[in-house]
Design a protein around this ligand. Sequence first.
Ligand SMILES: Nc1ncnc2c1ncn2[C@@H]1O[C@H](COP(=O)(O)OP(=O)(O)OP(=O)(O)O)[C@@H](O)[C@H]1O
Length: 239
Amino acid sequence: MTLELHEVAVAPKGAGPLFPPITLTVRPGEVATVMGPSGIGKSTLLDAVGAHLAHGFTLSGSIRLDGRDLLPLPPETRRVGLMFQEAVLFPHLSVGDNLAFGLARSVRGRAARRAAVEAALDRAGLADLYDRDPATLSGGQRSRAALMRTLLAEPRALLLDEPFSKLDATLRGDLRAFTFTHIRSRKISALLVTHDPADVEATGGSVIELTEWAPRGSTRECPHHTRRRNPDPERGETP
Ligand SMILES: Nc1ncnc2c1ncn2[C@@H]1O[C@H](COP(=O)(O)OP(=O)(O)OP(=O)(O)O)[C@@H](O)[C@H]1O
């Protein structure tokens, strides 16, 4: 799925935009990285795509997923999945029921749904944990369970907000590889916020750097966000 942002800007009510308007296209299977200093608005930009923007913000520009205007749609119909630094599971549901909650409605019937969840647990190295209380999982197991819950919803776009930063190095590498492979094979378009160069390296996708918006009349220069694109092997481009 292609995610297109055109002149997207977010502004706290009564104030100017956090960063100069962003225009970018994320191709199917691509992970585009959003970088920039703390507080510049990286998470806020993802919130805008996922329809989770806080009331204190106004949004301008357009956001399309496979040509469809996302802005009028509520979060539950956008088919945009989220993955955060803190993996949160519902505490009152078993691990398996947490994943079943995310499972796409197209999987029908109790037995088929159970089998789909068990297969997902297996793929994430969580076999036999269907009935476990989420509170008893390790941090890494919780991250993997939350990721599988997100992926089982069959999102068309994914928003990844520092999703691997709390994991140890080995687990981070494993989960990153698993996530990016899934994104490529399902042709999902993904936006990643990270401070970790190893994440950026692994994406092979575009990098967007958000820079501060200098208000009109300011004597400072008004820097614009910059975009660099990694080579696309499918277009015959080489590094
Ligand atoms: N609900 C809100 N209402 C008004 N302002 C907010 C709200 N939430 C965040 N902000 C402000 O919006 C700005 C952008 O925050 P955001 O979390 O998007 O930055 P970020 O680039 O993701 O930062 P970090 O790298 O530290 O996570 C910050 O100045 C923050 O204080």
